[in-house]
Design a protein around this ligand. Structure first.
Ligand code: EZ4
Ligand code: CO
Length: 402
Protein backbone atom coordinates (compact mmCIF):
# COMPACT_ATOMS: atom_id res chain seq x y z
CA UNK A 1 0.00 0.00 0.00
CA UNK A 2 1.33 3.45 -0.92
CA UNK A 3 0.49 7.08 -0.31
CA UNK A 4 -0.24 8.61 -3.72
CA UNK A 5 -1.12 12.19 -2.82
CA UNK A 6 -2.25 14.49 -0.03
CA UNK A 7 -3.93 17.86 0.19
CA UNK A 8 -4.65 20.53 2.75
CA UNK A 9 -8.20 21.87 2.94
CA UNK A 10 -8.60 25.23 4.68
CA UNK A 11 -12.20 26.29 5.26
CA UNK A 12 -14.14 28.58 7.54
CA UNK A 13 -17.68 27.43 8.34
CA UNK A 14 -18.14 29.96 11.15
CA UNK A 15 -14.46 29.58 12.12
CA UNK A 16 -11.27 28.38 10.43
CA UNK A 17 -10.34 24.71 10.16
CA UNK A 18 -7.36 23.06 8.47
CA UNK A 19 -7.81 19.44 7.37
CA UNK A 20 -5.23 17.11 5.86
CA UNK A 21 -6.50 14.47 3.43
CA UNK A 22 -4.08 11.65 2.50
CA UNK A 23 -4.83 9.46 -0.55
CA UNK A 24 -3.58 5.92 -1.19
CA UNK A 25 -3.33 3.55 -4.14
CA UNK A 26 -6.05 1.36 -2.59
CA UNK A 27 -8.60 4.15 -2.99
CA UNK A 28 -8.85 4.62 0.79
CA UNK A 29 -8.13 8.10 2.14
CA UNK A 30 -7.59 9.38 5.65
CA UNK A 31 -8.33 12.68 7.39
CA UNK A 32 -6.35 14.53 10.01
CA UNK A 33 -7.09 17.77 11.85
CA UNK A 34 -4.34 20.39 11.39
CA UNK A 35 -6.07 23.39 12.95
CA UNK A 36 -3.93 25.71 15.08
CA UNK A 37 -6.13 28.63 16.08
CA UNK A 38 -4.87 31.90 14.58
CA UNK A 39 -1.88 30.17 12.92
CA UNK A 40 -3.77 28.06 10.38
CA UNK A 41 -1.76 29.05 7.31
CA UNK A 42 1.59 28.36 8.97
CA UNK A 43 0.63 24.71 9.45
CA UNK A 44 -0.87 24.51 5.95
CA UNK A 45 2.36 25.81 4.37
CA UNK A 46 4.54 23.48 6.45
CA UNK A 47 2.41 20.52 5.40
CA UNK A 48 2.20 21.51 1.73
CA UNK A 49 5.80 22.55 1.17
CA UNK A 50 7.74 20.24 3.47
CA UNK A 51 5.70 17.22 4.61
CA UNK A 52 3.45 16.14 1.74
CA UNK A 53 6.26 15.78 -0.83
CA UNK A 54 8.10 13.52 1.64
CA UNK A 55 4.98 11.43 2.32
CA UNK A 56 4.31 10.35 -1.24
CA UNK A 57 5.33 6.77 -1.96
CA UNK A 58 5.48 5.70 1.71
CA UNK A 59 3.41 2.83 3.09
CA UNK A 60 0.69 4.57 5.18
CA UNK A 61 0.53 1.64 7.59
CA UNK A 62 4.00 2.47 8.95
CA UNK A 63 2.64 5.00 11.45
CA UNK A 64 5.55 4.64 13.88
CA UNK A 65 8.29 5.11 11.30
CA UNK A 66 6.55 8.01 9.57
CA UNK A 67 5.98 9.73 12.92
CA UNK A 68 9.68 9.49 13.72
CA UNK A 69 10.63 10.54 10.21
CA UNK A 70 8.89 13.89 10.79
CA UNK A 71 9.92 14.22 14.46
CA UNK A 72 13.31 12.61 15.03
CA UNK A 73 14.31 12.92 11.40
CA UNK A 74 13.80 16.71 11.31
CA UNK A 75 16.57 18.78 12.84
CA UNK A 76 14.31 21.68 14.02
CA UNK A 77 11.93 19.73 16.19
CA UNK A 78 8.92 20.41 18.45
CA UNK A 79 6.92 23.65 18.48
CA UNK A 80 3.19 24.07 17.91
CA UNK A 81 3.30 24.47 14.12
CA UNK A 82 5.36 21.42 13.26
CA UNK A 83 3.76 19.23 15.94
CA UNK A 84 0.29 20.12 14.62
CA UNK A 85 1.44 19.05 11.15
CA UNK A 86 2.81 15.75 12.53
CA UNK A 87 -0.46 15.25 14.44
CA UNK A 88 -2.54 15.68 11.29
CA UNK A 89 -0.36 13.23 9.34
CA UNK A 90 -0.52 10.69 12.15
CA UNK A 91 -4.31 11.00 12.56
CA UNK A 92 -4.88 10.56 8.82
CA UNK A 93 -2.61 7.50 8.73
CA UNK A 94 -4.45 5.84 11.64
CA UNK A 95 -7.71 6.64 9.83
CA UNK A 96 -6.37 4.83 6.74
CA UNK A 97 -5.06 1.91 8.81
CA UNK A 98 -8.44 1.38 10.51
CA UNK A 99 -10.42 1.84 7.27
CA UNK A 100 -8.13 -0.70 5.56
CA UNK A 101 -9.01 -3.20 8.29
CA UNK A 102 -12.66 -2.09 8.05
CA UNK A 103 -12.89 -1.43 11.77
CA UNK A 104 -13.44 1.62 14.02
CA UNK A 105 -10.17 3.18 15.14
CA UNK A 106 -10.67 2.31 18.82
CA UNK A 107 -10.23 -1.38 17.95
CA UNK A 108 -6.61 -0.68 17.03
CA UNK A 109 -5.95 1.18 20.29
CA UNK A 110 -7.14 -1.46 22.75
CA UNK A 111 -10.79 -2.00 21.88
CA UNK A 112 -13.65 -0.83 24.08
CA UNK A 113 -12.74 0.01 27.66
CA UNK A 114 -16.04 1.87 28.08
CA UNK A 115 -19.30 2.41 26.24
CA UNK A 116 -19.54 6.18 26.49
CA UNK A 117 -17.32 9.15 27.13
CA UNK A 118 -17.92 11.51 30.05
CA UNK A 119 -17.74 15.10 28.82
CA UNK A 120 -17.78 18.53 30.39
CA UNK A 121 -19.39 21.59 28.89
CA UNK A 122 -18.89 25.30 29.43
CA UNK A 123 -21.13 27.65 31.42
CA UNK A 124 -20.27 31.31 31.47
CA UNK A 125 -22.06 34.45 32.56
CA UNK A 126 -21.30 38.13 32.84
CA UNK A 127 -21.79 37.97 36.63
CA UNK A 128 -22.48 35.42 39.38
CA UNK A 129 -26.24 35.49 38.86
CA UNK A 130 -26.07 34.85 35.10
CA UNK A 131 -23.36 32.22 35.57
CA UNK A 132 -25.55 30.30 38.03
CA UNK A 133 -28.44 30.47 35.54
CA UNK A 134 -26.17 29.06 32.80
CA UNK A 135 -24.90 26.23 35.01
CA UNK A 136 -28.55 25.34 35.72
CA UNK A 137 -29.41 25.23 32.02
CA UNK A 138 -26.42 22.93 31.28
CA UNK A 139 -27.48 20.55 34.05
CA UNK A 140 -31.00 20.53 32.55
CA UNK A 141 -29.48 19.52 29.19
CA UNK A 142 -28.02 16.44 30.90
CA UNK A 143 -24.41 17.50 31.52
CA UNK A 144 -22.81 15.97 34.61
CA UNK A 145 -19.69 18.11 34.50
CA UNK A 146 -19.63 21.86 33.92
CA UNK A 147 -16.73 24.30 33.54
CA UNK A 148 -17.69 27.54 35.28
CA UNK A 149 -16.30 30.93 34.14
CA UNK A 150 -17.75 34.26 35.21
CA UNK A 151 -17.24 37.94 34.57
CA UNK A 152 -15.30 39.54 37.44
CA UNK A 153 -16.25 42.86 39.03
CA UNK A 154 -13.80 45.54 37.86
CA UNK A 155 -12.39 43.53 34.89
CA UNK A 156 -13.86 44.28 31.47
CA UNK A 157 -12.85 41.12 29.57
CA UNK A 158 -12.58 37.79 31.27
CA UNK A 159 -11.35 34.65 29.52
CA UNK A 160 -14.24 32.37 28.54
CA UNK A 161 -17.01 34.92 29.02
CA UNK A 162 -19.09 36.51 26.26
CA UNK A 163 -20.52 39.97 26.56
CA UNK A 164 -23.10 39.53 23.78
CA UNK A 165 -24.73 36.26 24.91
CA UNK A 166 -23.43 34.44 21.78
CA UNK A 167 -21.59 31.12 22.19
CA UNK A 168 -18.01 31.81 23.36
CA UNK A 169 -15.45 31.82 20.54
CA UNK A 170 -11.93 32.93 21.50
CA UNK A 171 -10.64 34.07 18.08
CA UNK A 172 -12.09 37.17 16.43
CA UNK A 173 -11.77 38.28 12.79
CA UNK A 174 -8.69 40.31 11.88
CA UNK A 175 -5.77 41.20 14.12
CA UNK A 176 -5.61 40.40 17.83
CA UNK A 177 -7.53 42.73 20.10
CA UNK A 178 -6.10 43.68 23.47
CA UNK A 179 -7.62 42.78 26.82
CA UNK A 180 -6.73 43.89 30.34
CA UNK A 181 -6.32 41.71 33.38
CA UNK A 182 -6.11 42.11 37.16
CA UNK A 183 -5.08 38.96 39.03
CA UNK A 184 -5.83 40.30 42.51
CA UNK A 185 -9.46 41.07 41.60
CA UNK A 186 -9.76 37.55 40.17
CA UNK A 187 -8.26 35.88 43.24
CA UNK A 188 -10.54 37.80 45.57
CA UNK A 189 -13.61 36.88 43.54
CA UNK A 190 -13.28 33.23 42.51
CA UNK A 191 -13.77 31.38 45.85
CA UNK A 192 -17.07 33.18 46.47
CA UNK A 193 -18.29 32.21 42.96
CA UNK A 194 -17.69 28.51 43.63
CA UNK A 195 -19.18 28.83 47.11
CA UNK A 196 -22.42 30.09 45.57
CA UNK A 197 -22.45 27.51 42.75
CA UNK A 198 -22.08 24.65 45.28
CA UNK A 199 -24.75 26.20 47.51
CA UNK A 200 -27.26 26.24 44.63
CA UNK A 201 -26.42 22.94 42.87
CA UNK A 202 -25.07 20.72 45.67
CA UNK A 203 -22.22 18.23 45.54
CA UNK A 204 -23.22 15.82 42.76
CA UNK A 205 -22.36 17.94 39.74
CA UNK A 206 -18.67 17.99 38.72
CA UNK A 207 -17.34 21.55 38.58
CA UNK A 208 -14.26 22.65 36.65
CA UNK A 209 -12.52 25.97 36.12
CA UNK A 210 -9.90 27.30 33.68
CA UNK A 211 -7.40 29.84 35.06
CA UNK A 212 -6.02 30.15 31.53
CA UNK A 213 -2.38 30.57 32.55
CA UNK A 214 -2.94 33.73 34.61
CA UNK A 215 -1.37 33.00 37.98
CA UNK A 216 2.17 32.78 39.28
CA UNK A 217 2.91 29.57 41.18
CA UNK A 218 2.27 31.16 44.57
CA UNK A 219 -0.95 32.83 43.40
CA UNK A 220 -2.11 29.51 41.99
CA UNK A 221 -1.27 27.81 45.29
CA UNK A 222 -3.45 30.33 47.14
CA UNK A 223 -6.31 29.87 44.70
CA UNK A 224 -6.16 26.07 44.72
CA UNK A 225 -6.13 26.13 48.54
CA UNK A 226 -9.01 28.58 48.88
CA UNK A 227 -11.31 26.68 46.50
CA UNK A 228 -10.44 23.32 48.06
CA UNK A 229 -13.68 23.16 50.10
CA UNK A 230 -15.73 23.24 46.85
CA UNK A 231 -14.16 20.01 45.56
CA UNK A 232 -13.51 20.91 41.94
CA UNK A 233 -13.08 18.11 39.42
CA UNK A 234 -10.06 20.13 38.29
CA UNK A 235 -8.40 23.51 38.18
CA UNK A 236 -7.03 23.99 34.66
CA UNK A 237 -3.81 25.72 33.60
CA UNK A 238 -3.34 27.50 36.95
CA UNK A 239 0.12 28.60 35.68
CA UNK A 240 1.55 28.66 32.17
CA UNK A 241 3.38 25.38 32.70
CA UNK A 242 6.55 26.52 30.91
CA UNK A 243 8.19 26.17 34.30
CA UNK A 244 7.28 22.62 35.24
CA UNK A 245 8.90 23.00 38.67
CA UNK A 246 6.39 25.78 39.42
CA UNK A 247 3.71 23.15 39.89
CA UNK A 248 5.51 21.89 43.01
CA UNK A 249 4.42 24.95 44.94
CA UNK A 250 0.75 24.39 44.07
CA UNK A 251 0.91 20.73 45.07
CA UNK A 252 2.54 21.56 48.38
CA UNK A 253 -0.44 23.67 49.43
CA UNK A 254 -3.54 22.05 48.02
CA UNK A 255 -5.37 18.85 47.08
CA UNK A 256 -7.39 20.56 44.31
CA UNK A 257 -6.79 18.38 41.21
CA UNK A 258 -4.76 20.06 38.47
CA UNK A 259 -5.14 19.74 34.66
CA UNK A 260 -2.53 21.21 32.37
CA UNK A 261 -1.14 21.27 28.86
CA UNK A 262 -3.64 22.30 26.17
CA UNK A 263 -0.78 24.30 24.61
CA UNK A 264 1.85 21.59 25.14
CA UNK A 265 3.03 19.56 22.16
CA UNK A 266 5.42 16.88 23.44
CA UNK A 267 5.94 14.37 26.22
CA UNK A 268 8.96 16.47 27.15
CA UNK A 269 6.60 19.23 28.33
CA UNK A 270 5.23 16.72 30.84
CA UNK A 271 8.12 14.66 32.20
CA UNK A 272 8.57 16.48 35.54
CA UNK A 273 4.83 17.00 35.92
CA UNK A 274 4.11 13.31 35.47
CA UNK A 275 7.01 11.68 37.28
CA UNK A 276 6.70 13.96 40.33
CA UNK A 277 2.90 13.53 40.32
CA UNK A 278 2.38 17.30 40.18
CA UNK A 279 -0.77 17.07 38.04
CA UNK A 280 -3.85 14.90 37.67
CA UNK A 281 -4.99 15.34 34.05
CA UNK A 282 -3.28 15.53 30.66
CA UNK A 283 -4.86 18.30 28.53
CA UNK A 284 -2.62 18.00 25.44
CA UNK A 285 -4.95 17.02 22.58
CA UNK A 286 -4.26 14.68 19.67
CA UNK A 287 -4.29 17.57 17.17
CA UNK A 288 -1.44 19.49 18.83
CA UNK A 289 0.36 16.77 20.75
CA UNK A 290 1.69 14.53 18.01
CA UNK A 291 -1.46 12.59 17.21
CA UNK A 292 -2.39 9.10 18.31
CA UNK A 293 1.13 7.68 18.10
CA UNK A 294 2.55 10.18 20.59
CA UNK A 295 -0.46 10.50 22.93
CA UNK A 296 -0.56 6.71 23.37
CA UNK A 297 2.92 7.00 24.87
CA UNK A 298 2.08 10.04 27.01
CA UNK A 299 -1.07 8.33 28.30
CA UNK A 300 0.84 5.15 29.08
CA UNK A 301 3.47 7.09 31.02
CA UNK A 302 0.75 9.05 32.84
CA UNK A 303 -1.13 5.87 33.77
CA UNK A 304 1.87 4.61 35.74
CA UNK A 305 1.55 7.74 37.92
CA UNK A 306 -2.26 7.58 38.34
CA UNK A 307 -2.75 10.52 35.99
CA UNK A 308 -5.73 10.49 33.61
CA UNK A 309 -6.53 12.19 30.32
CA UNK A 310 -8.78 15.23 30.00
CA UNK A 311 -8.19 16.34 26.44
CA UNK A 312 -8.72 19.86 25.19
CA UNK A 313 -11.86 20.04 23.05
CA UNK A 314 -12.71 23.66 22.27
CA UNK A 315 -14.47 24.66 19.03
CA UNK A 316 -11.14 25.48 17.37
CA UNK A 317 -10.33 21.76 17.30
CA UNK A 318 -12.21 20.23 14.36
CA UNK A 319 -14.71 17.35 14.41
CA UNK A 320 -11.90 15.14 13.01
CA UNK A 321 -9.93 15.74 16.22
CA UNK A 322 -12.97 15.25 18.46
CA UNK A 323 -13.92 11.93 16.84
CA UNK A 324 -10.28 10.76 17.06
CA UNK A 325 -10.25 11.71 20.74
CA UNK A 326 -13.46 9.74 21.31
CA UNK A 327 -11.83 6.61 19.83
CA UNK A 328 -8.76 7.18 21.98
CA UNK A 329 -10.89 7.82 25.08
CA UNK A 330 -12.95 4.69 24.36
CA UNK A 331 -9.87 2.50 24.27
CA UNK A 332 -7.44 3.57 26.99
CA UNK A 333 -7.81 2.64 30.65
CA UNK A 334 -6.76 5.99 32.16
CA UNK A 335 -9.38 8.16 30.51
CA UNK A 336 -10.66 10.93 32.79
CA UNK A 337 -12.98 13.31 30.97
CA UNK A 338 -13.29 14.97 27.54
CA UNK A 339 -13.95 18.68 26.98
CA UNK A 340 -16.96 19.16 24.73
CA UNK A 341 -17.78 22.56 23.31
CA UNK A 342 -20.34 21.76 20.58
CA UNK A 343 -19.57 23.17 17.13
CA UNK A 344 -22.06 25.50 15.49
CA UNK A 345 -24.51 23.65 13.22
CA UNK A 346 -22.90 25.19 10.11
CA UNK A 347 -19.71 23.20 10.88
CA UNK A 348 -21.70 20.00 10.31
CA UNK A 349 -22.55 21.18 6.78
CA UNK A 350 -18.89 20.56 6.00
CA UNK A 351 -17.91 17.80 8.44
CA UNK A 352 -20.16 14.71 8.62
CA UNK A 353 -19.88 13.47 12.18
CA UNK A 354 -20.33 10.06 13.78
CA UNK A 355 -20.82 11.02 17.44
CA UNK A 356 -23.77 12.15 19.50
CA UNK A 357 -24.47 13.54 22.95
CA UNK A 358 -26.80 11.87 25.38
CA UNK A 359 -27.24 12.22 29.13
CA UNK A 360 -23.84 13.77 29.87
CA UNK A 361 -21.85 11.46 27.59
CA UNK A 362 -20.67 11.37 23.96
CA UNK A 363 -20.77 8.13 21.99
CA UNK A 364 -19.35 7.28 18.58
CA UNK A 365 -20.84 4.82 16.13
CA UNK A 366 -19.01 1.84 14.66
CA UNK A 367 -18.13 3.25 11.24
CA UNK A 368 -14.61 2.28 10.11
CA UNK A 369 -11.63 4.54 10.75
CA UNK A 370 -12.13 7.80 12.60
CA UNK A 371 -15.57 7.97 11.00
CA UNK A 372 -15.72 11.68 10.13
CA UNK A 373 -15.84 12.85 6.51
CA UNK A 374 -15.40 16.23 4.87
CA UNK A 375 -17.63 17.57 2.08
CA UNK A 376 -15.07 19.41 -0.03
CA UNK A 377 -17.63 21.16 -2.21
CA UNK A 378 -19.31 22.61 0.85
CA UNK A 379 -15.90 23.49 2.32
CA UNK A 380 -15.20 25.64 -0.76
CA UNK A 381 -18.20 27.78 0.08
CA UNK A 382 -16.52 28.89 3.30
CA UNK A 383 -13.14 30.44 2.42
CA UNK A 384 -10.51 31.19 5.06
CA UNK A 385 -10.94 34.44 6.99
CA UNK A 386 -8.09 35.73 9.08
CA UNK A 387 -8.88 35.56 12.79
CA UNK A 388 -6.73 36.00 15.89
CA UNK A 389 -6.76 35.16 19.57
CA UNK A 390 -6.65 38.17 21.91
CA UNK A 391 -3.52 39.40 23.64
CA UNK A 392 -3.58 40.36 27.27
CA UNK A 393 -2.02 43.15 29.33
CA UNK A 394 -2.04 43.95 33.03
CA UNK A 395 -4.00 47.09 33.85
CA UNK A 396 -0.77 49.15 33.87
CA UNK A 397 -0.06 48.05 30.28
CA UNK A 398 2.47 45.28 30.95
CA UNK A 399 2.25 42.41 28.43
CA UNK A 400 0.82 39.33 30.12
CA UNK A 401 -0.36 35.84 29.28
CA UNK A 402 -3.75 35.47 27.60
O1 EZ4 B 1 -8.51 29.31 24.86
O2 EZ4 B 1 -8.92 26.75 22.40
O3 EZ4 B 1 -9.97 25.10 27.81
N1 EZ4 B 1 -10.12 25.69 26.80
C1 EZ4 B 1 -9.45 26.75 26.40
C2 EZ4 B 1 -9.74 27.24 25.01
C3 EZ4 B 1 -8.58 28.00 24.38
C4 EZ4 B 1 -8.77 28.05 22.88
C5 EZ4 B 1 -7.61 28.76 22.19
O4 EZ4 B 1 -7.70 28.61 20.82
O5 EZ4 B 1 -8.64 27.26 27.13
O6 EZ4 B 1 -10.91 28.03 25.01
CO1 CO C 1 -8.11 25.86 28.67
Amino acid sequence: MKITDAKVIVCSPGRNFVTLKIFTDSGIYGLGDATLNGMEKAVAVYLENYCIPALIGRDPRNTEDIWHYFYRGVYWKRGSVSMTAISAIDMALWDIKAKTLNTPLYNLLGGRSRDRILVYCHANGKDVEETIEKVGSKIEKGFRAVRVQSGIPGIQHTYGVTLDNKPYEPATRGLAHEEYWDTSKYLNFLPSLFGKVREVFGDDIHLLHDVHHRCTPVEAARLAKEIEPFHLFWLEDPVTGELQEGLRLIRKHSTTPIAIGEVFNSVYDYTTLITEQLIDYIRMPLVHGGGITHLLKVAAMASVYHINTGFHGATDLSPVNLASALHFNTAINNFGIQEYMPHQEIVHDVFKINYSFNDGYLSIDDSPGIGVDIDEKKALKFPYEKASLPVNRKTDGTMFYW
